[in-house]
Each structure stands twice: as structure tokens, then as C-alpha cells.
Design a protein around this ligand. Structure first.
Ligand SMILES: NC(=O)c1ccc[n+]([C@@H]2O[C@H](COP(=O)([O-])OP(=O)(O)OC[C@H]3O[C@@H](n4cnc5c(N)ncnc54)[C@H](O)[C@@H]3O)[C@@H](O)[C@H]2O)c1
Length: 322
């Protein structure tokens, strides 16, 4: 079975590619290697993937790739796992256009490929940000999600609606995964855990928004990868004929201040905290209801925040040789 994984040089993409390669699947990875954050980090991840003979990498921008079939040289795909997107809530405030290009046009090109190639099922990344300013917790896929607080969230919700329309129109089977604050080795430098780690080690102050009165359902990368793999397998079952949404979150939110306390103890150094007001586009709390994911994907997050931060900080130090 050949799987196409987009965003392969990204944080989550590189981890799921590694997992599928180690199980002998043939994997084609696509990424445009854009410079939203360090391109050398993306190349570092790719280097690990290129060690496998069953991996092929194609550098292309999916927003511009109208004829994916030509690029894939007519190779038949069993599943597309579409993770390529412009991520980040805060960046969508200052750079809205790129979100429409990468997240909407890029996604449409993937849907069009699947429409023309009926046997290719789709698993794609959505986000907990679709829950926006919802008050009711934990967030369930049954909840109303018409209250977004960022354009990033709008593009992710739009992807879900686009997938739903392609199911209704053309019977395209797909699974949307709403990820909750993913962290771990080879993570993203624009996210809080990386930024805080870097600042604490370098003796710089950390920026703590909403005076620390935020909480997140931090989810370790290995748990996310297990969930994605189960979704890929579910999408290939003959009886799977629908568009379905699942939350992939830890189901155990942690206050930002508590996360900082744990990080300080893992690094062995106190943080200098700069308390700041709430940021535009941010939400106060995320908390995943994972009953449906447990039932259908056997999704069981196993790594707690202390263990996960320990693995991240070890990797971070090794990567920077600090
Ligand atoms: N990391 C999280 O906490 C989190 C949470 C919710 C949702 N998500 C979603 O999960 C997916 C993966 O996130 P990530 O954290 O690995 O982000 P990432 O930025 O590390 O990975 C995305 C990759 O996609 C590539 N890319 C972007 N636009 C592209 C395009 N038009 N054509 C080809 N490649 C393109 C980028 O170069 C990057 O390598 C994204 O869709 C993101 O929105 C992530």
C-alpha cells in the first residue's frame, strides 16, 4: 500500500512518515519546505526519512499543484494523509492571505485528486481551534463550532465542511482529526513549549499570556501518531463509507503556569516570567472529549506532560548541543 503524506518535513508529518516507513509501507512525502520557521529543522527531519528505501520525497507547493496525478507519475495511492498547512493561530492575525492559499486552495487540490481517484481515501488534519470560544468542556465533535476566534480556525473548519461536501457530492470517504496542542521531539519552534525551553536555557524572560490563566490539553506526539495510524487503517476498511471527525487530545488539560513549573523542574532552572494580557486569536482553554476516538480508533493517550517534556528537553539539548 502506498501512502501519500503531505507536510512530511513538518513536525507531525515527519513523525507519522517514520512510523509508517518502519512498518514497511511505501510512503511518498510532499512538502514545500517554506520558511515559516527554520528550514534547516525541516531538512533535519527529512534527513531521517530519506534513510529509508521505501520513502520518496517530492518538493512541491500543494496550493499551486493543480495536477497532483502528473507529479505522482500516475502512481496509485491507497490513502492520502494530508497534514500540510500553514499552522499557528497568532501568525494568522498578521498574515491572513497565506492561510487561504495553503489551507484552502491546497486542500481543494487534494480533494480534487481524491475525487478523480476514487480508491484513495483521505485522512486530514483539523484542529482544536475550531472550538473557538466555546465554553462547554470537554469539547465534543457534536458541539456547535460556529464561533471561531482566528482565521486559522476558519480555514480548518472550512476544510471539514469541504470534506463533508465532497462526501455528499461524490461519496469521498474521509476522516478529519482535530489535534490538540501537540508537542515532543522535532517539534515546532513557534509553539510555547519550544519557545519557553529556549528562553529558560538562554536566561531570557518567557512571555506568559493572560497572566498564565490559560490551559491546554497538551498531547504528546507519539500518542498523536498512534491516533493518525489508526485513522489511516480505519479509512481503508471496506465498511468505512463516510466523512467522520475525531478529537485527538490528551483529555487532561494543564494550566499554563503548571506546565511552566514542570518545564522548570525538567530543565532544572527557574523561568523569568513576563506576564502579559490575553493575545488576539487565543482561547482560554482546550479540553478534548475523546470518547468517540477511544471507541472507533482505540485512541488511548499514554504519555503525561512530565514524561513528554522530559523527552522534548532531552531532544532539544541534543539538537542544539547545549
Ligand atoms: N502541532 C499542533 O499542535 C497542531 C494542532 C492542531 C492542528 N495541527 C495541524 O496539523 C498539521 C501539521 O502540523 P505541524 O505542527 O506538523 O506543522 P508544521 O508547520 O511543522 O508542518 C506543516 C508542513 O507543511 C508544509 N506545507 C505548508 N503548506 C504547504 C503547501 N502549500 N504545500 C506543501 N507543503 C506545505 C510546511 O513546509 C511544513 O513542513 C497542520 O495541518 C496543522 O494545522 C497541528
Amino acid at each position: 500500500m502506498t501512502i501519500l503524506i503531505t507536510g512530511a518535513a513538518g513536525f507531525i508529518g515527519s513523525h507519522i512518515v517514520l512510523k509508517m516507513l518502519s512498518q514497511n509501507y511505501n510512503v511518498i512525502g510532499i512538502d514545500n519546505l517554506n520558511d515559516y520557521y527554520s528550514v534547516s529543522l525541516k531538512k533535519y527531519r527529512l534527513k531521517k526519512l530519506k534513510k529509508f528505501k521505501n520513502f520518496t520525497f517530492i518538493k512541491t507547493d500543494l496550493a499551486k499543484t493543480l495536477d497532483l496525478e502528473k507529479i505522482l507519475k500516475k502512481k496509485k495511492l491507497s490513502v492520502i494523509c494530508h497534514l500540510a498547512a500553514q499552522a499557528g493561530v497568532r501568525y494568522s492575525i498578521s498574515n491572513p492571505n497565506i492561510y487561504l492559499k495553503y489551507n484552502i486552495e491546497g486542500f481543494l487540490n487534494i480533494l480534487e485528486y481524491c475525487r478523480k481517484n476514487k480508491r484513495t481515501n483521505l485522512v486530514y488534519a483539523s484542529s482544536s481551534s475550531v472550538y473557538g470560544a466555546n465554553k462547554k468542556v470537554p469539547f465534543s465533535t457534536q458541539d456547535d463550532v460556529s464561533n471561531p476566534v482566528s482565521l486559522y480556525a476558519v480555514t480548518k473548519r472550512s476544510n471539514e465542511l469541504m470534506a463533508e461536501s465532497y462526501f455528499n457530492l461524490y461519496g469521498l470517504n474521509s476522516i478529519g482529526l482535530r489535534f490538540f496542542t501537540v508537542y515532543g521531539p522535532m517539534g515546532r519552534p513557534d509553539m510555547a513549549i519550544w519557545k519557553f525551553t529556549e528562553a529558560i536555557i538562554d536566561n531570557r524572560p518567557i512571555e506568559v499570556f493572560n497572566n498564565g490563566k490559560l490551559s491546554r490539553d497538551f498531547t504528546y506526539i507519539d500518542d498523536i501518531v498512534n491516533g493518525i495510524e489508526k485513522a489511516i487503517l480505519l479509512s481503508k476498511k471496506n465498511k468505512f463509507k463516510k466523512h467522520e471527525l475525531y478529537n485527538l487530545g490528551n483529555n487532561s488539560p494543564v494550566a499554563l503556569i503548571e506546565m511552566i513549573n514542570i518545564l522548570e523542574s525538567v530543565i532544572g532552572k527557574k523561568a523569568k516570567k513576563k506576564l502579559l494580557p490575553m493575545q488576539l486569536g487565543d482561547v482560554k482553554k482546550t479540553f478534548a472529549d475523546i470518547k468517540k476516538s477511544k471507541r472507533d480508533l482505540k485512541f488511548e493517550p499514554k504519555v503525561n506532560l512530565r514524561q513528554g517534556l522530559f523527552s522534548f528537553v532531552n531532544w532539544y539539548k541534543e539538537y542544539h548541543k547545549k
